[in-house]
Design a protein around this ligand. Structure first.
Ligand SMILES: O=C(O)CCC(=O)C(=O)O
Length: 286
């Protein structure tokens, strides 16, 4: 469980790093399953609904950038989504009650792992209120050198910046990123978790080290935060509730929203969407 000080820090700064949430055995289990998926990705040569590939991927040297919706791919990822320690923490920050609104496993392999440009998750999935966060489960030590998450403290209390270019959603902030010089790295040992608020400006650089950086991202939110694009039916919403009761009275907060529409020119993953950026910061530096 988080201390009062950690909870206050999260609300004030819009992020938090927590060491030692998973045991070494749990991390080993996640790595083992993930290695199997990397091997499986050798059988494809283009992005699929499951695999997002790094440029240069070949069957002989598979380079997997993202496993999409890992929770739907393997029971182990599903189990960790419901890990009591992680849920306790998420509930302390968005609860009582907690539901999930997505998951992904981003892998930055040694020496080429792709960067992610500055963005706010809120621009991708605005809800009726902003009690949403992403937990990053570190499957490796996550350090500056291997492309740890970078966050701009306090940015979750500020505006939602334009993620549009030429009138279409572009998956990254397309104006000058304010306070980029104040960005801080979230560095953690394997088994630790990063937490960032849905409106916190964040990014990550290319992995220039010889060590992998695999980050399993679970999105959690308040039970009464409803996606503004809705749900196909009640069950689709109710199935997302992990703790507490489903609630058909969304809480409406006064939050700035720009829908991620008209749709991006390229979809499939944030990496693909961001390839059209005219002024990338990290891709240019890489
Ligand atoms: O994997 C990362 O470094 C950042 C991931 C991220 O922000 C995202 O996928 O939305």
């Amino acid at each position: 469980m988080l201390t009062r000080k950690q909870i206050d820090f999260y609300h004030e700064s819009g992020y938090l790093g927590v060491d030692g949430v998973l045991s070494a055995d749990e991390v080993a289990e996640l790595r083992r399953i993930t290695d199997e998926f990397v091997q499986l990705s050798a059988s494809v040569s283009e992005h699929t609904d499951v695999f997002d590939l790094e440029p240069g991927h070949t069957p002989e040297a598979p380079k997997l950038r993202r496993l999409k919706e890992p929770v739907s791919q393997h029971e182990v990822y599903q189990r960790f989504l419901n890990h009591p320690r992680i849920l306790d923490i998420a509930e302390q920050l968005v609860g009582p009650g907690v539901r999930t609104n997505g998951n992904k496993l981003n892998m930055k392999s040694p020496e080429y792992g792709s960067p992610v440009e500055w963005h706010q998750d809120w621009a991708f999935y605005p809800h009726t209120n902003d009690d949403l966060l992403a937990v990053g489960v570190c499957m490796d030590d996550m350090l500056y050198e291997n492309g740890c998450l970078l966050v701009i403290p306090g940015s979750h209390k500020g505006p939602v910046y334009s993620h549009h270019q030429d009138g279409r959603f572009a998956g990254a902030v397309t104006e000058e990123v304010p306070d980029a010089d104040k960005a801080v790295p979230i560095e953690l040992e394997a088994g630790g978790i990063s937490i960032h608020h849905v409106r916190t400006l964040h990014a990550s650089a290319k992995n220039v080290s010889t060590r992998p950086r695999r980050l399993l991202l679970y999105q959690y939110c308040a039970v009464d935060a409803w996606h503004l694009q809705g749900y196909p039916d009640w069950q689709a919403y109710a199935d997302s509730v992990l703790r507490g009761e489903p609630c058909n009275r969304p809480r409406l907060a006064d939050v700035p929203v720009q829908m991620p529409m008209p749709e991006a020119l390229r979809g499939g993953s944030i990496y693909e969407t961001q390839t059209i950026l005219e002024k990338p910061v990290f891709a240019r530096a890489a």
